[in-house]
Design a protein around this ligand. Structure first.
Ligand SMILES: [Zn+2]
Length: 199
């Protein structure tokens, strides 16, 4: 049994293990409590590994190149953040670092820490606190917003110089989708059940 509160009306339900693709609804207001997902572990792991590959490309390849007459500049995501710091735009630099570099990495490592042991049927220490932390970090991922901000500044810069988007921009755009798919594949009910069940 797993205890879950309705997010609409706060009614608490005790829910037994459910078959894949089944939906649990609140008995009072009929809001969806959650959907049990098919192959949640495999799908989460596949999307997370794909995300890690895209992440490595996004942080290590040039983000954009600027061509202004004879001057040719290539900037990566990390050097871009470093430039913001050096120019004293510290709040923006911190936000971009957190939302585009640190939080996605924490999310993917957290997913691996939870789902690789689940897949292998082994137990690891601190799996429950890690998953609880993971559930808190989730709403703080705002990569999309900052990506949009970066694109807007690229367009503005485009008036001063020729801007050539690098491989990292494409990888980053894909990473946003892939990470969302990975997070959507997480079946929290199943995870709690497995983590609690074995102890
Ligand atoms: Zn309800």
């Amino acid at each position: 049994m797993h205890r879950i509160a309705c997010h609409e009306c706060d009614l608490v339900h005790d829910i037994p293990p459910m078959p894949a693709r089944a939906t649990a609804r609140c008995v009072r207001c009929n809001a969806v409590l959650f959907r049990a997902q098919a192959n949640s572990i495999d799908r989460t792991l596949a999307w997370t590994f794909a995300g890690l590959v895209l992440y490595v490309v996004a942080v290590s390849f040039p983000f954009l190149a600027m061509k202004n007459g004879p001057i040719f500049n290539e900037t990566g995501l990390l050097t871009g953040i470093q430039l913001l710091f050096e120019q004293g735009i510290i709040p923006l630099a911190t936000l971009v670092f957190l939302t585009c570099v640190l939080i996605p990495l924490i999310q993917m490592l957290g997913l691996l820490y939870i789902f690789v042991p689940l897949k292998l049927n082994v137990r690891v220490q601190y799996a429950m606190p890690v998953f609880r932390l993971f559930k808190h970090v989730k709403p703080w991922s705002m990569m999309e917003i900052y990506m949009l901000g970066i694109l807007v500044s690229i367009v503005k810069l485009g008036k001063m110089a020729t801007i050539i988007p690098g491989l990292a921009v494409i990888a980053f755009g894909l990473l946003i989708f892939v990470l969302n798919f990975a997070l959507a594949s997480v079946d929290s009910h199943m995870v709690w059940e497995r983590l609690e069940g074995g102890s």
